[in-house]
Write a protein that binds this ligand. Sequence first.
Ligand code: FPP
Length: 244
Amino acid sequence: MSADPAKGDDFRGPRHVAIIMDGNGRWAQARGRPRLFGHHAGARRVREVVEACPSLGVKYLTIFAFSTENWKRTQVEVAGLMSLFRRYISREAKALDARGVRVRFIGDRVRLDDKLIALMDHLEKLTEQNDSVHLTIALNYGGRDEVARATKRLAQDVADHKLLPQDVDEETLPRYLDTCVLPDPDLVVRTSGEARISNFLLWQSAYAEYEFIDTLWPDFTAEELARLCGSYGDRDRRFGAVKT
Ligand code: FPP
């Protein structure tokens, strides 16, 4: 990345980075510790990465915290993760707000407990005027589930005569997605050596660049994010067109 994000004009780094934070379990197991130990270590990394965003010119950061498939994990792990999310939100709210971070949550809230939902609502409200970094946390999120929920709302608007079927095009559906106020991600990173997107931002990532890196999430650093942003700036994004 040759340009300085502070200078604006010829900045070529990613504005929106989305991260699949994978490898917490393996990180913990390699240390002979329970999987939740890895999730707690992973939560500490989130702070470092959010703090690095402004100097890298990353305005939007979206992180995959819990998928619609993660309910299949043991009851102990699921309960531990839910408790971690509650603690994270309670403990980090002030610091996030002080740093000017605007926090949003995407995903289906129906299976989340009331205490967690109240904390999420509070953090969204507390930070709604902020604009330094837009942090979106995907919680009980699945790309297919999001598209299905969006389609249901769209179909309801058609049934209510608010929308004509012939007016539905590829600009329409994104307005119903959880991410409707966000730009599409430029760069999607997955840690831990797995090369899958696991139902993350399926619609939104149509033209994203991907980085699959071996680092386990609890070992991920701001320096590594800077390196990925740098190599993104060297890529040639054509969005299906031919460069003339
Ligand atoms: C995947 O690693 C990680 C998760 C399912 C949870 C991600 C959660 C955090 C990083 C915790 C903090 C997040 C916030 C927002 C506080 P894995 O358990 O699948 O690892 P493995 O593939 O090695 O088993």
